[in-house]
Design a protein around this ligand. Structure first.
Ligand SMILES: Cc1cc2nc3c(=O)[nH]c(=O)nc-3n(C[C@H](O)[C@H](O)[C@H](O)COP(=O)(O)OP(=O)(O)OC[C@H]3O[C@@H](n4cnc5c(N)ncnc54)[C@H](O)[C@@H]3O)c2cc1C
Ligand code: SF4
Length: 333
């Protein structure tokens, strides 16, 4: 049976010092931060994660949601997903984020899950979660059985010959569309990472999923000032109506003037190896009539580079319809 040390660092500096003892911040790390535990404890029970030390970050003073002097929003790392989704400013100004969070998991899980934990949650690829199977993400160099195996749920964008796992987060899709910034404190000081740069493509190192280094603690996330007059929608398509991960999802932020698209942000979930923003679709929308023809064209552009696996070709059309319909919903909201 696996044994580990469990501790509650008294402050951020102690947490970072503890985390810095990890060989790696990624798969195989021997020190892990524990937030809500809904990913980490799950994976420890399956022996997929086997840290020697677990540092509980829940008592650190990182649980506030605050409007920033420039009119944006600062979200602490340990803010629970439920508290974020139901915060009045989020519901009013960042509705796509509220909708995305509430579409995920279950009420009980959202009450436990935190902002930082959600950012770093692991893939649901069944081979990753089964230590009897090879998996390049869990054990680099062992192979990727999903490529010739069960891949219906897996990615069609950003894949490599070494890994085709989908990033499962809903919250992250909305944060990609909202152009969030991630604030990290590590052994060498603090730094900020634009959301688009935080998650890594699998390439030939699928075990590295984010830019986090040993000892790096996510302290908070900031959102820019809300886009005045924007219409926002998160649409999630899945096998059942609740408690299920996305087959395809779309986060849309749109402004329309004189029946034309003035501003657009488009991100997709359920289809990419990371939360997938599509600047190409956004460019295809701006200046065009806010109508179904433009929306479908943008969706075609967003999926132009999709590469299906043996069981998930259906996701290409599903994702196109998801983006098209989400744009229609936003335009008419
Ligand atoms: C049955 C089930 C269904 C689910 N369905 C969905 C769904 O439909 N949509 C969806 O989006 N999600 C879903 N989830 C996933 C859920 O959203 C995540 O498990 C949750 O967001 C993780 O947050 P946590 O605080 O519990 O993280 P933890 O489990 O505590 O931690 C997760 C990871 O984050 C790291 N970490 C935590 N805090 C920090 C920090 N401050 N700095 C650096 N690293 C940190 C941990 O070390 C760990 O590696 C589901 C989960 C379950 C169990
Ligand atoms: S897709 Fe990625 S996570 Fe799944 S088996 Fe292949 S390497 Fe592992």
């Amino acid at each position: 049976m696996h044994t580990f040390d469990f501790s509650r660092p008294p402050d951020v500096a102690a947490a970072i010092a503890g985390g810095a003892q990890a060989k790696t911040a990624q798969q195989g790390a021997d020190v892990r931060f524990l937030a809500g535990g809904t990913t980490l404890i799950d994976l420890m029970k399956l022996s997929v994660e086997t840290p020697a030390r677990v540092l509980d970050v829940n008592r650190l003073p990182l649980d506030k949601i605050e409007v920033t002097p420039d009119g944006g929003l600062k979200i602490g790392a340990t803010v629970r997903n439920s508290d974020l989704a139901y915060h009045p400013v989020v519901k009013r100004d960042y509705a796509v984020l509220s909708q995305a969070i509430l579409s995920g998991a279950s009420a009980q899980l959202r009450n436990m899950a935190t902002t930082a934990g959600n950012l770093v949650q692991r893939t649901r690829c069944m081979y990753f979660r089964d230590t009897a199977m090879p998996c390049n993400k869990r054990e680099p160099g062992t192979g990727c059985p999903a490529i010739t195996g069960a891949n219906r749920m897996l990615a069609i964008l950003g894949t490599s010959e070494h890994c085709i796992a989908t990033n499962p987060s809903d919250m992250c899709v909305a944060m990609a569309a909202l152009e969030a910034t991630i604030h990290i404190q590590g052994t060498k000081g603090s730094r900020v990472v634009p959301f688009a740069d935080f998650h890594l493509l699998p390439g030939n190192t699928p075990d590295r999923e984010t830019v986090l280094e040993p000892g790096d603690l996510i302290t908070h996330v900031t959102l820019p000032r809300p886009i005045a007059g924007s219409k926002q929608v998160y649409l999630k398509l899945r096998d059942r109506a609740s408690y299920e991960f996305a087959l395809a999802s779309a986060a849309i932020v749109l402004t329309i003037a004189n029946d034309k698209v003035k501003f657009a942000r488009v991100a997709m979930g359920g289809v990419g190896t990371k939360p997938w923003r599509s600047p190409e679709a956004e460019a295809a929308l701006v200046g065009q009539p806010a109508d179904p023809v433009s929306f479908r064209k943008a969706a075609e552009v967003a999926l132009r580079n999709a590469k299906p696996q043996s069981e998930n070709k259906f996701k290409i059309e599903l994702a196109k319809r998801c983006v098209t319909h989400a744009l229609k919903m936003a335009a008419t909201s």
